[in-house]
Design a protein around this ligand. Structure first.
Ligand code: MN
Ligand code: MN
Length: 506
């Protein structure tokens, strides 16, 4: 090897990055701030893991409406508020009153924590959203370790909430606290909004965001969410879109009671036969939705987009094996990802009143309700979709000449979200990822719906960045949820590097 190469590699790295990336800024500021920050995070990683252990130890389950769990949730929010106050933040815990359950029980809604660090008008203000409530977890569900005692095995930190979403929230706080500990000026103003009801439908969040629009959010320039996962185990990702969802019910009714099939079979239009025909008219065996006009407003595929899909790191074989599916509808990585992210899909979820319990029951259901939903993508319009679905089902039903009654309703509607990957903060995030991980991120979307991104985009009208930290196999909501120590620690560095890159933006 040419000995000059070795020397060049270390002394001219910043210069090379500059060449390679065109407008790329040098990977580290001249004063070595970034190196000191990274070093501090490496040296103090056990403390950061310990804080995560303290947070995971709180059973902040928002899903089960039980008074003792609600108390834990309140304790979690108070603990986070304390932590932020110790960092010098101005913290408000917004009381959201209480929640009345169908059984008459009243439970307090955990406060939303609003924290504010710095208001230097020369710096950009970046607001981080996260949630501290978790899905239920019981040891008897098949956890190999106590879900509320963070346990490290082979570099994996197992515990409920480790990746969804306590780990990423703490990574942001770790990044802030590192600048504080080094007595360095934070490169950005940062705010945090932390809620405790995300897993229970973010009760009261949108209302609060509306109310705080001209107060807490007044000076906010950018919003960052870190509440999803990479597509890979090792390669970082940035998320720039999520699908929406419109959920339908279609009821077919003859009468409220069931019939005996021996006494009525043969002389009736059976509601179930009508419903099966209706549901069977929605989608064909290649996954194509058969509702006329449904694809009319789907954004056309651009060449640039096609290239983005090509660059994504996805091991199809492993994906197939881990999902235990013999064959998907599509054979290439690109087609599979596009049909998960940028095309709509229709799923049939179930039938109410279908006597689905085991046994050879001979009733004819008198009334059945079919349930299906359509995952929406840009630029589909929910009210147009609603009309198209109703028209289509009415047409199919009318062709049957059935004497039953049919009623279709859209019971839930969530808009898709997409952002511009050329937004400033996406560029800054890419640079930070390059610095910490030495690679370009996968540019990904999420096939499911994450309503908060759209809420922030609509209400605050600022750029929303989704920057996940967890690996694809973290098992959110599942038994043995974990975050890798590597993801948690490098993720803390990533947020710190992101602050530095954000400060460099014009
Ligand atoms: Mn989450
Ligand atoms: Mn979750």
């Amino acid at each position: 090897m040419d000995p000059r190469l070795g020397r060049m590699a270390s002394s001219s790295l910043a210069f090379l990055l500059l060449l390679e990336g065109g407008m790329f800024s040098p990977s580290s500021p001249p004063d070595g701030l970034q190196e000191r920050v990274f070093q501090y995070i490496d040296l103090h990683q056990n403390e950061f893991v310990q804080t995560l252990r303290d947070w995971v130890a709180v059973e902040s389950d928002s899903v089960q409406p039980l008074p003792h769990l609600r108390r834990e949730l309140l304790r979690m929010m108070a603990q986070a508020a304390d932590k932020l106050r110790h960092l010098g933040a101005t913290v408000a815990s917004v009381d959201l009153g209480s929640q009345q359950l169908p059984d008459g029980q009243t439970l307090p809604i955990p406060p939303i924590v609003l924290a504010d660090l710095g208001n230097d008008p020369k710096k950009p203000t970046v607001c981080f959203y996260g949630h501290l409530d978790v899905q239920p977890a019981r040891p008897e569900d098949g956890w190999l370790t106590d879900p509320y005692e963070l346990t490290e095995v082979d570099g994996k930190l197992y515990g409920r909430g480790a990746t969804d979403n306590k780990g990423p929230v703490l990574a942001w706080i770790n990044a802030v606290s590192t600048f504080r500990a080094l007595e360095e000026d934070l490169p950005v103003n940062t705010k945090l909004i932390l809620e405790g009801m995300e897993e229970a439908g973010s009760i009261a969040l949108e209302e609060l965001v509306q109310k705080e629009k001209d107060r807490f959010f007044a000076g906010v320039d950018y919003i960052v969410i870190s509440d999803n996962l990479w597509l890979s185990r090792r390669k970082p990702a940035l998320t720039y879109g999520t699908r929406g969802n419109s959920y339908f019910t279609v009821e077919v009714k003859c009468r409220d009671q069931d019939f005996h099939s021996g006494t009525f079979g043969g002389i009736l239009n059976e509601p179930m036969a009508d419903l099966v025909a209706l549901l069977g008219s929605l989608v064909d065996s290649s996954g194509h939705i058969l509702i006329p006009g449904i694809y009319d407003h789907v954004a056309p595929l651009t060449e640039e987009e096609r290239n983005m899909y090509k660059a994504i790191d996805l091991d199809l074989e492993e994906y197939r094996n881990s999902s235990q599916v013999k064959k998907f509808l599509f054979d290439t990585k690109e087609e599979i990802l596009m049909h998960l992210w940028r095309y709509p899909s229709l799923s049939i979820h179930g039938i109410e009143g279908a006597s689905n319990e085991p046994g050879a029951k001979t009733a004819i259901p008198g009334r059945v309700v079919g349930k299906f939903s359509i995952r929406l993508v840009p630029h589909m319009d929910m009210s147009v979709v609603d009309k198209q679905v109703k028209q289509h089902l009415e047409y199919i039903f009318s062709k049957r000449n059935s004497s039953n009654q049919m009623a279709v309703s859209m019971v839930l509607g969530l808009h898709p979200w997409i952002t511009n990957v050329k937004d400033n903060q996406y560029l800054a995030a890419k640079r930070a990822i390059k610095t910490v991980f030495g690679t370009e991120p996968d540019m990904i979307r999420d096939g499911s719906t994450i309503p908060i991104a759209k809420i922030f985009q609509d209400v605050i009208q600022k750029s929303v960045l989704m920057m996940p930290l967890g690996a694809v196999d973290d098992g959110e909501h599942s038994q043995n949820e974990k975050i890798n120590r590597w993801n948690y620690i490098e993720g803390s560095k990533l947020f710190a590097a992101f602050f530095i890159e954000m400060a460099k933006l014009p």
